[in-house]
Write a protein that binds this ligand. Structure first.
Ligand SMILES: [Zn+2]
Length: 266
C-alpha cells in the first residue's frame, strides 16, 4: 500500500508558523513546500523555529528554490548567482528539516540536449560538493519542466538522479503539458517505484504547442487527479504530492477527498 502525503505549495495562513498549525490541526494535511520562488526571504533563526514546529507537528517540509536559477547557462556569472540562490535555499532547508530542495534546472537555448545535460550534471555535482562541506542534510531535486524549451524531461531528470545521485521532483502537470496533453500514469509510476521516496507536484494546467502556459485549479483542465490516485493505490510507493494549483490548500483538500473516496486513510 502506498504512503501518501499531501499539502500546498506556500502558506495556507498569514505566515509559515500559522500555516503549519492550520495544516495539521484544521486541514489534516501532511506536508508543505516552502516557496523561495521569488527569493530566499527567511533567516536561519526563523528556519530553525519552523523546523522545531515541523517536528512537533510531524509534518514534512520541502523547499522550492528561486525560479531564476539556471544551471545550464554559458554565462558564468549567471551560474555563480544560481549557485548562491540554490545554496541559500539548501541552508534554510537544512535548518527547517526540509529534505528536498526543488529547482528548475535550466534551458536548452538551442543547444544539443546531451551537451546541456553534461553542463547541468557538472553544476549539480559542484553544488553537492558545497552542501557536503557545509554538512547540510538536504538533497538537490531538479524538477521535470513543462516547457519544451526548458531542460528537464522525465528521462533527463531520471538520468540526473542516476548520474549525480541527486533527488528529483516529478511535476505531473508539466509532464502532461510537455507531452501535449498526454500522460500514462502507470508508465510513469512504474519508473518511480524503485525509489524510497518520490517528491512530486500536481495541478491543472493549460498548454500550447510549446508546452506549459499556466497552472490551473484541479478539474479546470490538465491531467486527471483521480487516475493518478487510482494508479498510486495499486502500487506500493512512498510519495509526497504538493499542490501547485492557484488554490493550493483548497485543492490539496480536494486531492485528499479523492484519496479518501478511494478508501485511503490518512
Ligand atoms: Zn512544479
Amino acid at each position: 500500500m502506498s504512503m501518501i502525503r499531501l499539502g500546498p505549495a506556500g502558506n495556507c495562513d498569514g505566515n509559515i508558523l500559522l500555516s503549519l498549525m492550520r495544516l495539521k490541526n484544521e486541514l489534516g494535511l501532511q506536508a508543505q513546500e516552502v516557496e523561495f520562488t521569488f527569493g530566499v526571504m527567511m533567516s536561519n533563526g526563523t528556519a530553525e523555529k519552523v523546523g522545531e514546529l515541523r517536528k512537533k507537528l510531524g509534518l514534512e517540509l520541502s523547499v522550492h528554490a528561486p525560479y531564476y536559477i539556471n544551471l545550464s547557462s554559458e554565462d558564468k556569472e549567471k551560474v555563480r548567482r544560481s549557485f548562491s540562490w540554490l545554496l541559500l535555499s539548501c541552508e534554510r532547508g537544512h535548518y527547517m528539516g526540509a529534505k528536498d530542495v526543488v529547482f528548475h534546472p535550466g534551458f536548452y537555448s538551442k543547444r544539443n540536449p546531451d551537451k546541456v545535460f553534461d553542463v547541468v550534471l557538472s553544476n549539480i555535482k559542484e553544488v553537492q560538493d558545497k552542501i557536503k562541506i557545509k554538512g547540510w542534510d538536504v538533497r538537490l531535486s531538479p524538477e521535470t519542466t513543462g516547457k519544451s524549451s526548458a531542460f528537464g524531461s522525465f528521462d533527463e531528470v531520471l538520468r540526473l538522479v542516476k548520474d549525480a545521485k541527486c533527488g528529483f521532483c516529478v511535476d505531473f502537470a508539466h509532464l502532461y503539458a510537455r507531452q501535449q496533453g498526454k500522460i500514462d500514469f502507470a508508465e510513469v509510476l512504474d519508473k518511480l517505484k524503485k525509489f524510497k521516496h518520490v517528491h512530486s507536484h500536481f495541478s491543472g494546467i493549460q498548454f500550447t504547442d510549446k508546452g506549459e502556459r499556466n497552472h490551473l485549479n484541479i478539474g479546470d483542465g490538465g491531467p486527471s487527479f483521480k487516475s493518478l490516485a487510482e494508479e498510486l493505490l495499486r502500487r506500493d510507493i512512498d510519495i509526497t504530492i504538493i499542490c501547485e494549483s492557484p488554490s493550493t490548500w483548497a485543492d490539496s483538500l480536494r486531492m485528499k477527498e479523492v484519496f479518501q473516496g478511494l478508501g485511503y486513510k490518512f
